[in-house]
Ligand binder design. Structure first.
Ligand code: FAD
Length: 553
């Protein structure tokens, strides 16, 4: 009998139940009494930094948060001028319900979520697929020509054939750690060296079909849309996405996801969970309202301490420091003393590979796409195409508010096509591509206010959208993810922790940023002489029994 339990981001590399750990009434641990109120530094006020800061504050430490750009990092909801609070989600925008640690905070903050209008979902209503100049409209897969169902079936068969997917996901649903690890650890050396494209092209399931089936898979993909931008990535990375349900059952946060990091910044936890700080204490309160400026240097100080110097030249000394910005910034933004990390870790930090991504948004007077044509279909739908725009998403904020169109959400080479252009030109390019799909719809006539666009790779505080591991990168992922376990490190390399999207095994999903932040919390508490509660063992205690499989160097 296959398991009917929900799919969650439970490993598979390190199948630790972060959601249970967070929910447990005993809390995440204790720091020695004499360290209550001690300052620890957190570099970066994105979701990883603020998750860690929030939990460390609850444990009675005094996190000192540094941020070079905007609070929220890549959870950035930019309001349109005069738009009655409607926003463009410039970074993360759709959040799988399987990300239970992230949703722990969404729920705690009382934020409302609603299904994201992904292709072929009821939330999208109508999906338009435009490939090689042919346009199809559909509400479900069954509305599309048989070729699309053949592609979907071939993908399911390829997963079964190449990864024993059914059994693997069953073990994950059951949270059967020995079974999950046995199955996953066998796949790691098999697929770390090979690309997603290789997996698809060499599968018997796709080899039986035409090249065009493969092309359609690349453009339309599974779940949220085209995945051909990921074809060069390590297949392990794609397996994790499908296995952990990251690409399905996704929600958006009503009013903007930035409310999650901002909420953690403002939120005062209930006094009893607090330990040291009195009721009403929040991160914002501990910082007089705003984080400290960006960090310029991190260096070793005497007695195991670490000095953090901000861009204004202020130096403060800490017993432990957590860095959560993208790892390339440890050489381009921050002068990090080389001896703080081993050469092997530096190799991993610098070899990290980021994907590019651009998004272009406009605000429109009303959700006009719901108007019906004579044939009964809406005038416009969520659109997937092989044209420049790639993915177009429609956000209906209700009849009394302006709507938002993400004209184009693109990755890699499609994002680079937009990179040199200013926002207005990006809008023109996107509108002219959409005109070919919707010759009768005058989208431009509905646009109000100023458009908004982003290219994450052009921002010096990010240099890319998110990690996309290449073949052969498992060992680097392993070094970075496991760095919170510092017992075996030489003294000179202890006390500086890393967390965030690119430290995670599931990059491009905020759940990974949250989970690695929780690892860093556990690692820091241990480093300071504390521990998890005996009734609620944490990642440090779980690591020896279920840590990721090590491949030889
Ligand atoms: C285009 C895009 C789409 C995405 N889509 C999704 C999605 O749909 N669903 C999903 O779950 N996830 C998505 N993600 C991933 C998600 O946004 C990230 O995993 C998450 O926000 C990363 O959080 P973080 O704290 O690790 O990093 P960040 O948010 O990058 O935080 C690090 C912070 O460090 C700051 N910093 C940089 N340099 C310094 C310095 N010198 N000193 C101090 N601070 C510094 C940065 O300004 C930043 O605020 C997407 C990301 C992007 C970019």
């Amino acid at each position: 009998m296959p398991s009917s339990k929900p799919v969650t981001v439970f490993g598979p590399d390190f199948p630790f139940a972060y959601d249970d750990w967070l929910r447990h009434p005993a809390g995440l641990g204790k720091v020695p009494r004499d360290l209550l109120g001690a300052e620890v530094a957190i570099v970066g006020a994105g979701m990883a930094g603020l998750t860690a800061a929030f939990e460390l504050m609850k444990l009675g430490l005094k996190p000192v948060v540094y941020e070079a750009s905007r609070l929220g990092g890549r959870l950035r909801s930019q309001a349109f001028e005069g738009g009655q609070g409607v926003v463009a989600e410039l970074g993360g925008m759709r959040f799988p319900r399987s990300g239970t640690a992230f949703f722990h905070y969404v729920d705690r903050l009382g934020l409302a979520t609603t299904p994201f209008p992904n292709p072929l979902t009821p939330a999208a209503g109508c999906t338009v697929i435009d490939l090689e100049g042919r346009t199809h409209r559909a509400r479900t897969l069954a509305d599309l020509p048989p070729l699309f169902s053949e592609v979907a079936a071939a993908w399911a068969d390829a997963l079964e054939e190449g990864a024993g997917f059914g059994e693997l996901q069953d073990a994950l649903r059951e949270r059967d750690v020995p079974r999950l690890k046995a199955l996953w650890d066998r796949l790691v050396p098999l697929w770390d060296d090979r690309t997603f494209y290789d997996f698809v092209a060499q599968s018997r399931a796709f080899q039986r079909l035409s090249f065009h089936h493969r092309e359609v898979f690349g453009q339309v993909g599974f779940g949220t849309g085209g995945w051909d931008s990921d074809f060069p990535n390590s297949m392990l990375e794609i397996l994790r996405v499908v296995l952990t349900g990251c690409d399905e059952n996704q929600h958006l946060v009503v009013g903007g996801v930035q409310q999650v990091p901002q909420g953690l910044w403002q939120h005062a936890p209930e006094a009893k969970a607090h330990g040291h700080w009195g009721a009403g204490t929040s991160l914002a309160g501990l910082h007089s309202g705003a984080p400290r400026p960006g960090v310029a240097a991190i260096a070793r100080a005497p007695h195991g301490q670490i000095d953090v110097t901000d861009v204004l030249g202020n130096t403060r000394r800490y017993p432990a420091v957590l860095v959560t910005c993208q790892s390339w910034l440890l050489t381009t933004q921050i002068a990090v003393e080389e001896s703080l990390f081993s050469h092997k870790l530096w190799m991993a930090l610098d070899r990290t590979r980021y994907m590019q991504s651009s998004k272009t948004f406009v605000m429109v007077d009303r959700p006009f796409w719901n108007d019906l044509k004579a044939d009964g279909w809406p005038v416009m739908g969520m659109t997937l195409t092989d044209r420049l725009t790639r993915g177009t998403y429609l956000f209906d904020n209700g009849p009394d508010k302006p709507g938002v169109i993400c004209l184009s959400y693109a990755w890699m080479s499609d994002a680079l096509k937009m990179l040199p252009h200013p926002t207005e030109r990006r809008v023109q390019l996107a509108l002219s591509a959409l005109k070919r799909i919707y010759p009768d719809v005058d989208i431009a006539s509905h646009v109000i206010g100023d458009p908004i666009s982003v290219s994450w790779e052009a921002d010096p505080y990010f240099l890319g959208a998110f990690k996309g591991a290449l073949p052969g990168h498992y060992r680097y992922n392993h070094r970075m993810f496991g760095h919170f376990m510092q017992d075996a490190l030489p003294e000179a390399e202890r006390g500086l922790f890393i967390a965030g999207d690119d430290v995670s095994f599931t990059p491009a999903w905020v759940e990974g940023a949250v989970q690695t932040a929780l690892n860093a919390v556990a690692g820091m508490v241990r480093h300071l002489g504390g521990a998890s509660h005996a009734d609620n063992p944490g990642p440090c205690e779980a690591w020896p029994g279920m840590g990721p499989v090590a491949l030889s160097d």
